[in-house]
Write a protein that binds this ligand. Structure first.
Ligand SMILES: Cc1cc2nc3c(=O)[nH]c(=O)nc-3n(C[C@H](O)[C@H](O)[C@H](O)COP(=O)(O)OP(=O)(O)OC[C@H]3O[C@@H](n4cnc5c(N)ncnc54)[C@H](O)[C@@H]3O)c2cc1C
Length: 392
């Protein structure tokens, strides 16, 4: 029997799940609470582990049209401005890991996933459909939307993000906590920047108590910049797209080197994002129970300091499709197989992202040791083979 899958959430995770599961021959109904499919104006880095999955789904050509493929990731001291270390990407990443390292606008990634679903009669995308509750029994799961629909299916995937309602009902394990870090972000056409500030590589500027990441998107025509500083969000912590106070940001960057200050000052309009997390996953039970499973940020919200949150959602989708393809497996066994396959890798990425945050923002002796280690070890510190070689 063809499985009927309900997916809650139409972000990058939900779209990737819809695409992967439809390729696996299931019938999909996706429920997104917003009135339209949108993504905030920000960039996403994708390691070779993620690009390889997308290429496997036949998206290589589409990706090459909208993404950028930087040749190099460079780490610089935010105060000194000097280069601390670098990682070769481009052809080196392809040779090491079988796929390039890409940087892309979130909306472009979302659109190219969605485009593959358009016209597919096995996939129904529903907007303005907020999940309010679900019930499961031995033979099915029924979800209920705020506009009064009840939909029955064989399984339900909660891809509803950091503040997941599905997780709340499934695990009842509280809410994410604020990290005390604020992410200011901006996207600018490179042509409006002075030539000296334009760049086709990834640059990470390291603290103390702050870091900044910049990289090209939209085939290299635009530059994405994220500056992370200490601070608490005033206003709705669940909202991703607050107007930022540029004066506060510039004040946080007052001690940084000339080129970094110049970049920050060249941009007038910034958006603000308060970062919240949960601790790394502790076991497969946090990913699936019976006919319901979590995917993406709903399952494993993480700090963006390893640039893998959306990537892990895409890897989750690939594994979910693989287990659903096995017709002989009862649904709950298939979802437990998915949970077993995914939780440890995700927990490791979550933990590494937390550690990166401590290293990026280090002060005093730790900062000094970090800079020396990076100068001595360079590429060996910056490369992450266990991550980029996966998923298994
Ligand atoms: C500053 C920053 C930089 C980042 N950089 C990177 C990066 O470089 N690389 C990377 O891989 N990741 C990065 N990430 C992480 C990445 O953005 C997330 O991990 C990813 O977007 C999670 O996708 P998702 O689909 O799981 O959740 P979301 O994108 O949050 O999508 C959830 C969807 O569910 C919908 N929804 C919510 N509740 C309901 C409901 N009750 N009913 C119906 N629909 C609902 C929402 O409207 C939304 O569309 C970054 C994050 C931040 C904050």
């Amino acid at each position: 029997m063809t499985k009927r899958v309900s997916i809650v959430g139409g972000g990058i995770g939900g779209m990737a799940a819809a695409l992967a599961c439809s390729r696996a021959g299931t019938l999909i109904e996706l429920f997104e609470c917003s009135q339209e499919f949108t993504e905030v104006g920000a960039g996403i880095q994708m390691g070779p582990n993620v690009v390889r999955v997308l290429e496997g789904w036949g998206l290589k050509e589409a990706l090459s049209r909208v993404a950028a493929f930087p040749e190099r990731l460079q780490v610089r001291g935010a105060h000194s401005g000097s280069e601390l270390g670098a990682l070769r990407l481009g052809a080196t990443a392809v040779q090491r890991y079988g796929a390039p390292y890409a940087t892309i606008h979130r909306a472009d990634l979302h659109s190219l996933l969605r485009a593959t679903l358009t016209g597919n009669s096995d996939v129904q995308l529903n907007l303005d459909s907020e999940l309010v509750a679900f019930q499961q029994d031995a033979s099915s799961v029924t979800l209920q939307t705020a506009n009064g629909h009840r939909v029955r299916s064989d399984l339900l995937i909660g891809a509803d993000g950091l503040w997941s309602r599905v997780r709340q009902q499934l695990l009842d394990d509280g809410v994410p906590v604020s990290t005390g870090h604020l992410a200011y972000r901006a996207l600018v056409p490179q042509k409006v920047l002075p030539v000296s500030l334009r760049s086709q590589q990834i640059t990470v500027w390291l603290g103390p108590q702050l870091h900044v990441v910049q990289y090209p998107v939209r085939g290299g025509d635009w530059l994405n910049i994220v500056a992370v500083v200490k601070g608490h969000m005033v206003g709705d912590i669940e909202y991703w797209d607050h107007t930022a106070n540029v004066v506060k940001l510039r004040r946080s960057m007052a001690q940084t080197c000339g080129p970094l200050r110049e970049l920050i000052h060249a941009i007038e309009h910034w958006r603000l994002w308060g970062l919240s997390i949960r601790p790394p996953a502790r076991g497969p039970d946090e990913f699936a129970k019976g006919r319901v499973a979590l995917l993406g940020d709903a399952a494993h919200p993480m700090l963006p300091y390893l640039a893998q949150g959306a990537g892990m959602a895409i890897e989750d989708a690939q594994m979910l499709a693989r287990v659903l393809q096995e017709d002989s497996l009862p649904v709950s066994d298939a979802l437990m197989r998915y949970a077993n396959a995914r939780w440890q890798r995700n927990a490791r990425v979550q933990a590494r992202a937390i550690r990166n945050g401590e290293i990026f923002h280090a002060t005093g002796l730790i900062r000094w040791g970090r800079d020396i280690a990076m100068k001595l070890l360079g590429e060996r510190l910056l490369d992450v083979p266990w991550l980029y070689r996966g998923p298994d």
